[in-house]
Design a protein around this ligand. Sequence first.
Ligand code: C5P
Length: 333
Amino acid sequence: MEHIAVAQDNDVLVVAPATANLLASFAHGLADDFLTTLYLAFTGPVVLAPAMNTAMWQHPATQANLETLRRRGHRIIEPEDGFLACGTIGPGRLAEPERIASAVMAELRRRSDLEGETVLVTAGPTQEALDPVRYISNRSSGKMGYALAEAAAARGAKVILVSGPVHVQAPRGVAVIPVRTAREMRTAVFENLERATVVVKAAAVADFHLTEIPAQKVKKTAARLTLELDPTPDILAELGRKKGDRLLIGFAAETENLEREARRKLETKNCDMIVGNLVSDTSGFDADDNEVLLVLRTGESIAVPRASKRAIADRILDESLKLRLALHSAHER
Ligand code: C5P
């Protein structure tokens, strides 16, 4: 049972060089030798430094396997451009040892940097009933919030995930509190706020709802139907009023003027950070990737280039920890 013992005794799994065959085996969970069985038994961070011929690296099969591994939260150290063992020049050369070592150190630092924290995350859309069978909602998939919950748990935090209706699997070790409406989300958030040291409001909460829901299904007629909607409770704004010394992170999905809108939300809702994203076809709502602008209470803005939502989640947590340190030392001065 050597693969189990090695998996339990070690903090990080690094494969350098990682071949095309190894990436395929890891991506698909094939386990026919020591390393691939070790991989399945290992629950910590995984760092992969691929090296291969340029055409093999660029092959859609290899790129699809890499995508699967990235989504799983593994760190891929892109190969470098250069002279390859097969005699050609191009991307495929194993990264320099310094790059591999610093990626491993970053994974080890992250591994327990949220120990002792309780992170309350909201995710997904809310559904607001129009009658017993109909509702209004939005295109949020919940993927960003679930990626944040997964990343925070992997880094040692206790995570409470308040989730609207989604089709994403709950991350390992995370307690999920399912809710449907904005009101239910508000109740679940404030019931759990006391324990939280960090609150991440990634949910796309409906802004309007029907306060009086008809008891029976509304009948179809030829006449026009007009709906009168009331605003839902703004959970983030209320959190801003009651935050104490918790770190409060909100989201802003915009179709224009991202930085201005994100900063306006940061101020009006008293947040420490707003994660702004421009909604487009390939990032933001319902996509696997995202590209965000972090707007911080310190006045700084950080553009995070396009990456998987899992990688973006780690970056948001990295910047949140730095921000808390900066806010504390500013407070002490
Ligand atoms: O103002 P806007 O709805 O665009 O702000 C988005 C941020 O506010 C998100 O973090 C979202 O979770 C939160 N929000 C909320 N309650 C609402 C509406 C939005 O907590 N009713």
